[in-house]
Design a protein around this ligand. Structure first.
Ligand SMILES: [Zn+2]
Length: 120
């Protein structure tokens, strides 16, 4: 992968990172807004389930944030876009769809089949 391609993926990753951080900010603000009292139990129930939904999302976002940071480190280290399992180049098309990936499509497919076989 040449410098121009790496720079482009770096931009994509930094943009995703900024979006997640922005989203996390919004979520925290929303949760503070909800700290007032809601005497109606129906309201309270729907607020609770909203909050659970938000917390679940945030866990997923946090996980993605770690993945993005790791991908940015791989760009700095010069091994971005290389499959960590077989060492071959990950296709640019796959990286565009999922820039945080560390496996080529063949290894990913194999890993998923192995997970299924183990019943995970
Ligand atoms: Zn591979």
């Amino acid at each position: 992968m040449d410098d121009a391609q790496l720079a482009r993926f770096k931009q994509i990753l930094l943009k995703q990172r900024a979006e997640i951080l922005q989203y996390a900010d919004d979520t925290v603000t929303d949760m503070n807004d909800q700290s007032e009292n809601y005497p109606d139990p129906t309201d309270r129930a729907s607020i609770e389930s909203d909050r659970n939904f938000t917390l679940r999302l945030r866990e997923r976002e946090r996980f993605l944030l770690v993945k993005i940071d790791e991908a940015l480190e791989r760009i700095s280290a010069g091994d971005f876009g290389i499959c960590e399992s077989c060492g071959s180049d990950i296709s640019e098309k796959r990286l565009e769809a999922r820039p945080v990936t560390t496996l080529c499509i063949e290894c990913k497919t194999r890993a998923e089949a192995a997970e299924k076989a183990r019943g995970e």
